[in-house]
Design a protein around this ligand. Structure first.
Ligand code: GTP
Length: 389
């Protein structure tokens, strides 16, 4: 029988087969460290689904840089595995990977504790398999969780779509969406909203989907989006992403639609910058500083007249912008606006850290998931209204 005991995993994945530097993982950054933010108070993301649907693979690929092929050798999870994602910036949460055979009727399953502190529930469905049973389990899981906690964001990953043709992919998505919502309506839970994502660990879709899940847990998202909009307008940038460098999930972007190709390009750029920094960068062993730091920046010119420009915001966050080469003539203005953006983001961090400290130190006010939203009026735009016209 499976047990549901806790298992705190180390944050670094040791058997890392990819080119990604092993020790470039989540750690603590003195300046921005939110030491008061203990694991128990972080938003929790639950990964659930039937056996072999791909839950552990998703967690390993997105947060531990495991190469997709390596996941073939992952053993079945037989107890809840907790993973602390702690990069001292906006991206702070816990991921709980559940065994596929978890049984809600089992007396050891404490649904109040598990669903009570949960921010998002990701339910993984293997699209290459017959998904009838998965839909039943989805319905059971979601209704059970909703009864305990009305604020959970329910995300359905229609997973392993790499093996499917485009038509079949769309058809599966439509069918799963229809059946899952019909089942909920029939059970009288029409107020539950499910979000659907087509995912695969063999391309960037899993990072994109996880970005959207994580963004919903960041109360400061509207502020960040607004800051990026202002940066774009004043610097003639077409698209900008604020990336969590370690996981390559974007924690914010401007309000223009995200196109998958642009996102993939930016991800590839981050890989290049990190690899080059680690191979050729100078590390200060004593200070344990990484070669990838606030001074890092990179510029890639594509042969279609587009420029990719990366600037470090802090050790964990990078801004990646896409703009037309002609507009890059005004690099000085872009850089100056970037400095203002960085300061603004820093202020958002500081305010969040302060509000977290207050919540954690004041008696009788336990910190809740993402309820410590910082209101936009605290942040007037510091970006100068220079334009490059
Ligand atoms: N083709 C394909 N295979 C995948 C994908 N994601 C995971 N897999 C494979 O699916 C199998 C099961 O993956 P796991 O991550 O162990 O599944 P799990 O849901 O954690 O399984 P349990 O621990 O038993 O609950 C592995 O062989 C993975 O390589 C994907 O996106 N595409």
């Amino acid at each position: 029988m499976s047990s549901y005991q806790d298992d705190e995993e180390g944050v670094g994945f040791d058997g890392n087969p990819s080119s990604f530097p092993k020790d470039f993982g989540y750690g603590f950054d003195g300046e921005n460290d939110v030491s008061l933010s203990t694991g128990e108070h972080k938003p929790r993301i639950l990964l659930m689904g039937l056996r072999r649907s791909g839950k552990s693979s998703i967690q390993k690929v997105v947060f531990h840089k495991m190469s997709p092929n390596e996941t073939l050798f992952l053993e079945s999870t037989n107890k809840i595995v907790k993973d602390d994602i702690n990069n001292s910036s906006f991206v702070q949460f816990q991921i709980w990977d559940f065994p596929g055979q978890i049984d809600f009727i089992d007396s050891t399953f404490d649904s109040d504790t598990i669903f009570g502190g949960c921010g998002a529930l990701v339910f993984v469905i293997d699209a290459q398999d017959d998904y009838g049973d998965a839909l039943d389990k989805l319905n059971l899981t979601v209704t059970k969780a909703f009864k305990v906690n009305h604020n959970i964001k329910f995300e359905v990953f229609i997973h392993k779509v790499d093996g499917l043709g485009d038509d079949f992919k769309m058809e599966s998505q439509r069918d799963i969406h229809q059946r899952a919502t019909d089942d909920l309506n029939d059970a009288g839970f029409d107020q539950i909203h499910l979000s659907f994502h087509l995912t695969s660990i063999y391309d960037h879709s899993i990072f994109e989907a996880f970005s959207k899940v994580v963004q919903k847990l960041i109360p400061q998202l509207p502020i960040l989006e607004n800051l990026l909009n202002i940066l774009n307008t004043n610097s003639a940038i077409e698209k900008s992403f604020l990336f969590d460098v370690v996981s390559k999930i974007y924690i914010a972007t401007d309000s223009t639609p995200v196109d998958m190709q642009s996102y993939e390009l930016c991800c590839d750029m981050i890989d290049v910058v990190i690899d080059v920094s680690w191979i050729y960068g100078i590390r200060d062993e004593q200070l344990e500083a990484t070669a990838f730091d606030e001074q890092s920046s990179s510029l890639i010119k594509l042969n279609n007249g587009t420029v990719l420009y990366l600037r470090e915001v802090n050790r964990f966050l990078a801004l990646v912008c896409i703009l037309r080469e002609d507009n890059f003539d005004h690099k000085g203005i872009i850089d100056s606006n970037f400095v203002s953006l960085r300061e603004a983001i820093q202020q958002v961090f500081e305010l969040r850290n302060k509000s977290q400290s207050v919540m954690l130190t004041s008696p009788g006010s336990p910190m809740t998931n993402g309820s410590d939203a910082i209101t936009p009026e605290h942040h007037s735009s510091p970006i100068s209204s220079q334009t490059n016209k």
